[in-house]
Design a protein around this ligand. Structure first.
Ligand SMILES: Nc1ncnc2c1ncn2[C@@H]1O[C@H](COP(=O)(O)OP(=O)(O)OP(=O)(O)O)[C@@H](O)[C@H]1O
Length: 288
């Protein structure tokens, strides 16, 4: 086994990671291991320097989806495999890949690593998304929550209700290279995967390595449809709702009548009127 670099986000998930390095060294003692800690500032440049220095075979994101996204940005196009130790408040990709939530079991995977190929999405020619991105309702909620120092579940639900009760639908045009349509929508999801870290299955037909992604369009619905919609969300049957359109594609440009919040892999990116998404097939080998 070649070198393994562990990228630790010390603040992810708000948990104590004091034992992490020791646990990794104990479980993987016979391997050549190095560590890199994120600071939240200029991590991409610093991690790229570390990768040049260490030349690892595997780089393991120890954190949530934001840390995974950082590692993917730095290893894409290089001959380096991705690993994940799920330590974030949102571990959407790790859950999707069925990486054990038990940290020691997740570390133990590197004693006998098996890999699978996953696609990556490129957003507005600039950002990479490996899990889920969306514009509208959810992105606005994430932006509000991230901007609140008080975090935690109480804060999350406060922002959830504030965002939910002030939601509005706007007109979007959907330009698939060989098709074009317009809909009013409250939220548009660009889904490489199936489900959010909460377990809500936004894209029942999602597959991480199918060389395409799905556009999930949430249209406005009457209040009484809320309960069925929530049920369908959690049992993975949103494609049975008349208010949700799910379309598979390799490329799309979505243009809203006004700029809307965009989030990528759980990180708020800003407001955009136009969002172009394309799949980069078979980009990453991930240990799972
Ligand atoms: N040392 C640090 N101090 C402060 N912020 C950091 C640090 N290292 C990374 N970050 C920030 O952590 C975020 C990524 O967190 P990640 O998604 O992996 O975990 P998380 O627990 O799910 O976090 P969040 O709830 O913020 O999404 C990025 O916004 C990144 O800039």
């Amino acid at each position: 086994m070649g070198k393994i670099l562990f990228v630790i986000n010390p603040i992810a998930g708000d948990t104590d990671k004091g034992h992490l390095k020791n646990d990794i060294t104990k479980i993987l003692g016979s391997n050549e291991i190095s560590f890199f800690e994120t600071t939240g500032e200029d991590d991409e440049t610093k991690l790229n320097e570390k990768l040049d220095d260490v030349s690892p075979e595997i780089t393991v994101a120890c954190g949530g989806d934001g840390t995974v996204n950082l590692v993917v940005k730095c290893i894409i196009g290089k001959d380096i495999k991705l690993g994940i130790i799920p330590l974030g408040s949102a571990n959407g990709l790790a859950t999707e890949l069925e990486i054990p939530a038990d940290i020691n079991q997740a570390i133990n995977l590197y004693n006998n690593p098996k890999v699978r190929t996953v696609d990556v999405l490129r957003v507005n020619d600039e950002f990479l998304c490996i899990h889920l991105s969306d514009i509208g309702l959810n992105a606005k909620l994430i932006r509000r929550f991230e901007g609140d120092n008080s975090r935690g579940m109480v804060s999350y639900f406060k922002h959830f209700f504030q965002t939910f009760f002030s939601k509005k639908a706007i007109n979007y045009s959907f330009d698939f290279e060989n098709d074009f349509f317009q809909y009013k929508a409250e939220m548009v999801v660009f889904a490489n995967a199936k489900k959010y870290g909460t377990g809500a299955i936004v894209n029942p037909v999602g597959e991480l390595g199918d060389r395409k992604f799905e556009v999930c369009i949430f249209q406005p619905y009457p209040w009484y449809a809320f309960f069925r919609l929530t049920y369908l969300f959690f049992v993975g049957r949103l494609n049975y709702s008349p208010f949700v359109k799910i379309v598979g594609t390799e490329k799309i440009t979505v243009t809203g009548e006004q700029p809307e919040h965009l989030q990528i892999d759980g990180e708020p990116i800003g407001k955009f009127k136009k969002v172009k998404v394309e799949v980069l097939p078979d980009q990453i080998l991930v240990v799972c």
